[in-house]
Design a protein around this ligand. Structure first.
Ligand SMILES: Nc1ncnc2c1ncn2[C@@H]1O[C@H](COP(=O)(O)OP(=O)(O)OP(=O)(O)O)[C@@H](O)[C@H]1O
Ligand SMILES: [Mg+2]
Length: 588
C-alpha cells in the first residue's frame, strides 16, 4: 500500500485530466438538467408534479416553472436556470426549447472532445454555426401579413397548443389577441385569479380588478360613470382628535360624548361639503377608515374602499386619470378619476372591486379554476401566449413551427459546414444535429416514430418544402404554415443565441478558481467550519464534504468514479494552493 506523500502516477499527470473531469462532469450536469424537460416539449408533452417540503404541489409543463422549482445545487445548474429565465424575460416563451438545445449542444461537444477536438475548436465552430443559423432564420422569416387579429391568432394558438388550455385553444387565442391588440404592451395586462369555478369562466375585463371589498354590506355596490376620489388619508377618530388638539381628550374625559360626535361631525361635514361640491361618488383609500367613516359613506350612498395597497391605488390613478390626494381640503375637480363603472362582485371564492374603463389600454385577465394549482398553470400559459403574441407584433416576422424551421436550418448549416476546411466543420455539423433534436423530441412526445419522421421531414425539406413540420395532434407531417403552427422570429432567434452562448460558457469552464479572500469565501460557513477546513490533517469524509461544498456533489462523485478517493485531497490542495489535506494512497 502506498504511503501518504508517495508519488502516484495517476495523480502526477492529473492537472490536465482534472480539467477534463470537471468539464465532462459539467456537461453531464447540464445535460441531466435539460433531460428533465425533454418529455414536456410540445403539445403532447408530459406534465411534471413538483412537490415542496410542505407537501404543496405544482402541476406544470412550463419550462421556467419546472426549473425554478427544482433544487439547484450546482453552479452549472444555476447557469441553465438563468438561461431559461433570460429566455422567458426576453421572449416570453421557448424556455423548454432553449434548455434542451443547450443540453444537446453540450452532449455533442462531449462526443467531439472524446474524439480529441480541442474545446476552442468547438467554441469557434459553435459561434460560426450560431451566426450562420441567425442569418438563415432571417432569410426564412416571413412578414406578418398584417397586424390584425386574423394574422395574430395562429401565433397565440401555437403557444397555447402546448399547454393546459390546448382543449380551449380557439377561445383563449381570441382572448389573448384581444388583450394584446388593446393594450399593445405587457405592462398594461394584469392578471387576477380566483379559485372556484372552471376554466370556462375565465374572462377578459376592460379595466382593473382588485381583490378587496367595499366598507360595509349593503353599501352602494355599483356606480355608473363614477367620479372617483383617490385618497391616501386615514379617516379615523384619531384624526378628529388631532384636528381639535387636546379638546377631544377633554371631552372624552368629561364623558361628554355628544360633543365628541360634534367633533366628528365637524370633520365629516368638511368631507361631505367637498363630496357635494365635486359630485364624488366613489372613494378609494389606501389607508384605514374607522366605523364612523364607514357609516358616513354608507349613509351618503358613496362607494368606499379602504386599505387598498398603494401600488393598486397608483395603477388606478393611471387608469382613471385621478390624482392621489392626502388632504381632503385640497381636492379639486381635476383631481378626480373617471371610469365607465365601479362595482363590487363576488367572483368564485373571493370578493373583488372592478373598475371598468373602455377607452384605456389596461385590461385584466380574470383567471378561474378549481384549484390553486390549476389557476397558477393557466396564468403561466396565458402569460406565455400573451408575451409571444406581443413579441410577434413587435417583430412582425414569423417562422414555421412544429420543428420545420429546425430541420431547414440544420440542412442549410450542413451545406455551410462543407465550405469550412478547418476542424470547426465538425462543430458546425454537431450544431446542426443538436438543432434537429427539437423535431426529434416533438415526434417522440407526439407518439410518432422518431426515425421515420425525421427521415421524411428531411426528405420534404430537400424537395424545397421548407414549412414541412410536425402536427403533433394529428401525428403527421404537414405544411405548418398552412395549419397555422407558427412562431415568432425573435423567440426562435433567442433560443438559438441563448442556448449557444450558455453551451459555450459551460464548455469554457474547466476549473473552479478559489476566491482570493479566504474569509469571504467562507462567508456562509461557521467559524468552526473554517477552522475545520483549514486544519492540515483530515480524514477522507471531511475532505469529501469539503469538496462537495466547493465543487458540487455531481462533480465530486464523477471524479471519484474515475480517479478514486485519492483525487479528492489532491483537488482540494490545488484549490487552496497548498497542502491542506494529506494525499491519500489509492487504496484508502
Ligand atoms: N400543433 C403542434 N404540432 C407540433 N408542434 C407544435 C405544435 N404547436 C406547437 N408546437 C411546437 O412545440 C414547441 C414548443 O413547445 P413548448 O411550448 O412545450 O415549449 P417551449 O415553448 O420551448 O417552452 P415553454 O412554453 O415551456 O416556455 C415549438 O417547437 C412549437 O413549434
Ligand atoms: Mg411554449
Amino acid at each position: 500500500m502506498k504511503q501518504a506523500g508517495e508519488a502516484n502516477p495517476l495523480l502526477d499527470k492529473s492537472e490536465k485530466e482534472i480539467h477534463r473531469i470537471i468539464q465532462d462532469s459539467n456537461i453531464t450536469v447540464a445535460k441531466s438538467f435539460a433531460d428533465l424537460v425533454r418529455s414536456s416539449l410540445g403539445p403532447l408533452g408530459a406534465h411534471k408534479i413538483i412537490i415542496d417540503e410542505d407537501g404543496f404541489i405544482i402541476v406544470t409543463r412550463d419550462g421556467r416553472t419546472i426549473f425554478e422549482n427544482i433544487c439547484v445545487d450546482h453552479p452549472i445548474e444555476g447557469m441553465m436556470l438563468e438561461l431559461a429565465k433570460v429566455q422567458d424575460e426576453v421572449a416570453g416563451d421557448g424556455t423548454t426549447s432553449v434548455v434542451i438545445l443547450a443540453g444537446e449542444l453540450l452532449s455533442r461537444a462531449k462526443e467531439l472532445l472524446m474524439t480529441g477536438l480541442h474545446p476552442s475548436n468547438i467554441v469557434k465552430g459553435y459561434t460560426m454555426a450560431m451566426q450562420e443559423a441567425i442569418l438563415i432564420l432571417n432569410e426564412l422569416a416571413m412578414p406578418l401579413s398584417s397586424q390584425d387579429k386574423h394574422s395574430l391568432l395562429p401565433v397565440a394558438r401555437t403557444s397555447l397548443n402546448s399547454k393546459i388550455l390546448a382543449g380551449y385553444r380557439d377561445t383563449f387565442a381570441d382572448m389573448v389577441v384581444d388583450a394584446v391588440l388593446r393594450s399593445k404592451d405587457a405592462k398594461n395586462i394584469y392578471f387576477q385569479s380566483s379559485t372556484g369555478g372552471s376554466i370556462r369562466d375565465i374572462f377578459l375585463f376592460n379595466g382593473m380588478i382588485i381583490e378587496n371589498r367595499t366598507l360595509v354590506p349593503h353599501m352602494q355596490n355599483t356606480v355608473e360613470n363614477p367620479k372617483i376620489l383617490l385618497l391616501n388619508a386615514k379617516l379615523k377618530l384619531y384624526d378628529v382628535k388631532r384636528k381639535l388638539g387636546g379638546a377631544v381628550d377633554l371631552i372624552l374625559e368629561a364623558g361628554q360624548i355628544t360633543k365628541m360626535h360634534m367633533a366628528e361631525f365637524a370633520i365629516f361635514s368638511e368631507i361631505a361639503e367637498m363630496i357635494n361640491r365635486l359630485g364624488v361618488n366613489a372613494v378609494l383609500n389606501s389607508r384605514k377608515m374607522d366605523p364612523v367613516a364607514m357609516d358616513f359613506f354608507r349613509k351618503a350612498g358613496i362607494f368606499a374602499v379602504r386599505n387598498l395597497p398603494s401600488e393598486n391605488l397608483m395603477r388606478i390613478s393611471e387608469l382613471t386619470g385621478g390624482r392621489i390626494v392626502s388632504d381632503i381640503d385640497e381636492v379639486r375637480e381635476e383631481d378626480l378619476g373617471h371610469a365607465k363603472s365601479i362595482r363590487e362582485e363576488q367572483i368564485g371564492d373571493h370578493r373583488f372591486i372592478l373598475i371598468e374603463k373602455e377607452d384605456s389600454p389596461v385590461v385584466t385577465v380574470m383567471i378561474r379554476g378549481g384549484t390553486k394549482q390549476m389557476v397558477d398553470e393557466v396564468r403561466r400559459t396565458l402569460n406565455d401566449a400573451i408575451q409571444t403574441t406581443i413579441h410577434t407584433l413587435e417583430d412582425r416576422s414569423i417562422l414555421p413551427g412544429g420543428g420545420a424551421v429546425e430541420v431547414e436550418v440544420a440542412a442549410r448549416l450542413r451545406h455551410f459546414a462543407y465550405t469550412i476546411r478547418s476542424k470547426e466543420q465538425l462543430a458546425v455539423l454537431a450544431f446542426a444535429d443538436a438543432l434537429e433534436s427539437i423535431p426529434r423530441i416533438l415526434a417522440t412526445n407526439s407518439g410518432m416514430d422518431m426515425v421515420s419522421t425525421i427521415i421524411s421531414l428531411k426528405h420534404e425539406h430537400s424537395a424545397g418544402r421548407i414549412s414541412a413540420g410536425i402536427n403533433a395532434e394529428e401525428g403527421k407531417i404537414v405544411d405548418t404554415l398552412e395549419q397555422g403552427i407558427i412562431e415568432p422570429l425573435g423567440m426562435k432567434r433567442q433560443v438559438i443565441q441563448g442556448a449557444t452562448m450558455t453551451a459555450i460558457m459551460i464548455l469554457r469552464v474547466d476549473d473552479f478558481i478559489p476566491r482570493k479572500d479566504l474569509k469571504k469565501r467562507g462567508e456562509d460557513l461557521t467559524k468552526e467550519d473554517i477552522k475545520v477546513a483549514l486544519k492540515a490533517e483530515k480524514d477522507v469524509e471531511e475532505a469529501y464534504r469539503e469538496a462537495v461544498r466547493l465543487f458540487g456533489r455531481k462533480n465530486v462523485r464523477d471524479m471519484i468514479k474515475v480517479y478514486g478517493w485519492e483525487s479528492v485531497p489532491r483537488v482540494l490542495n490545488r484549490w487552496y494552493g497548498r497542502e491542506v489535506y494529506k494525499p491519500l494512497s489509492p487504496s484508502s
